[in-house]
Design a protein around this ligand. Structure first.
Ligand SMILES: CSCC[C@H](NC(C)=O)C(=O)O
Ligand SMILES: [Zn+2]
Ligand SMILES: [Zn+2]
Length: 402
């Protein structure tokens, strides 16, 4: 028989909160209905029009204490529908040969499963009649997948967020391919940068000087050199490469544009890079290097998006929240291994607001399918993850000092 928690998860997955036109109000309606059923207070905050944030509150007995935040994003990335074996918004529950049920949908891993676990955990705790010491807030925010400026970025600046008096945030992670759980207390800094070179044009048979291509190539070579250095350093870690990648700056040339016809020397060439700067280096020094590189080669530089600060969560194991966090992990059989988040998440806004944040996903044995075709989760792991969050929330919500 299908568990009720799975039915509710599938309902959430069927809401098309997919970019570029996410159905945020349908999603808000679903979450408000959940809050009412669970029997907890809710609030809708709309710091940016059309981008509602829904917050559920499990009231603690001492509201003067700092609260526990549970963060998840409601939006999902677009799909290549023709590549899917199951409808991406059908949330089909499929019985596999090994006897396990899989739930297929965009957002199944990234990250409606986590949002659903929060809802189910709050439901279970509320139904048990237990009251925790601290307020616990489950936050459902839009736009993470497009940078979060209008979502969590705007939310942290509101009075409503400040009034929540957050003391610790549990945030986005990824499922594990085995039984080791990765936890994320820091991220690399995002830098999307566009270099535009302009130069002399003319007939493709001639030796034209100072062309756009001549100017852009040294910029590309230099950045590819940085990429090669990172790849070489990282390869020294062998099997542990994936775990260590956050310690190295990644560089990818993601767009190369220019040229009109084979026999016309292009007057303009544009190279766009996705760079992720490791927290081990000062991002401002990196930006100065990029700016000098552009200047030396007579190339224009434009940042499409970049981070200016990189706050990391670095609490000692003796911190009362960390003790509660680690105890819950231990009880639930979670072997937590810290890792630098390869991408950027909304946790960075929360850290910038001065609140420690750790990203985690306790599910085991999943192929990582975030943003991929046939994204799915294993039902039994979802059910186990709910138990993890019940324990985690009770543990964190009962911390008496800090
Ligand atoms: C600019 S928003 C993009 C956010 C996305 N985050 C993840 C976790 O994949 C990324 O790092 O590319
Ligand atoms: Zn995500
Ligand atoms: Zn994502």
């Amino acid at each position: 028989m299908e568990p009720e928690s799975v039915k509710r998860f599938r309902e959430y997955l069927r809401i098309k909160t997919v970019h570029p036109k996410p159905e945020y109000w349908e999603c808000a309606d679903f979450l408000v209905a959940q809050a009412k059923e669970i029997g907890v207070e809710h609030q809708i905050i709309e710091p940016v029009k059309g981008k509602p944030i829904v917050v559920l509150k499990l009231a603690g007995s001492d509201p003067s204490l700092k609260s526990i935040l549970l963060n998840s994003h409601t939006d999902v990335v677009p799909v290549y529908e023709e590549k899917w074996n199951y409808p991406p918004f059908g949330a089909e529950r499929v019985l596999m040969d090994n006897g396990e049920y899989h739930i297929y949908a965009r957002g199944a891993q990234d990250m409606k499963v986590t949002g659903s676990c929060y809802l189910e955990a709050l439901r279970e705790i509320k139904a048990s009649g237990k009251q925790l010491l601290r307020n616990v807030y489950a936050m459902f925010v839009p736009d993470e997948e497009i940078g979060g400026e209008d979502g969590m970025g705007a939310f942290v600046k509101t009075q409503e967020f400040k009034d929540m008096n957050g003391g610790f945030d549990i945030d986005e992670g990824g499922p594990s391919p085995n039984t080791t759980t990765y936890s994320f207390s820091e991220e690399r800094t995002l830098c999307w940068v566009k270099f535009t070179a302009r130069g002399n044009t003319g007939h493709g048979s001639q030796f034209i000087e100072a062309t756009a291509i001549e100017k852009i190539l040294p910029v590309i070579y230099k950045l590819m050199e940085i990429r090669d250095e990172s790849v070489a350093e990282l390869s020294k870690f062998g099997e542990a490469k994936a775990l260590q990648q956050g310690h190295f700056t990644s560089v990818n040339l993601t767009k190369l544009e220019g040229g009109k016809q084979a026999n016309v020397v292009p007057a303009e060439y544009v190279a766009t890079f996705d760079i992720r700067i490791t927290p081990d280096v000062d991002c401002h020094e990196f930006y100065t290097m990029l700016e000098n590189l552009a200047k030396e080669n007579d190339v224009e530089l434009e940042y499409i998006k970049r981070g200016l600060v990189n706050v990391i969560t670095d609490l000692p194991d003796t911190d009362p929240f960390m003790i509660a966090f680690n105890d819950a992990c231990k009880r639930q059989g979670i072997n937590r291994v810290p890792m630098i988040m390869p991408g950027i998440t909304d946790a960075r806004y929360i850290r910038e607001a001065g609140i420690p944040a750790i990203g985690i996903n306790p599910m085991f044995n999943h192929k990582l399918l975030a943003h991929d075709h046939d994204e799915h989760i294993i039902e039994s792991e979802y059910l186990r993850a709910i138990k993890f969050y019940v324990d985690m929330i009770e543990s964190m919500g009962s911390v008496s000092s800090s």
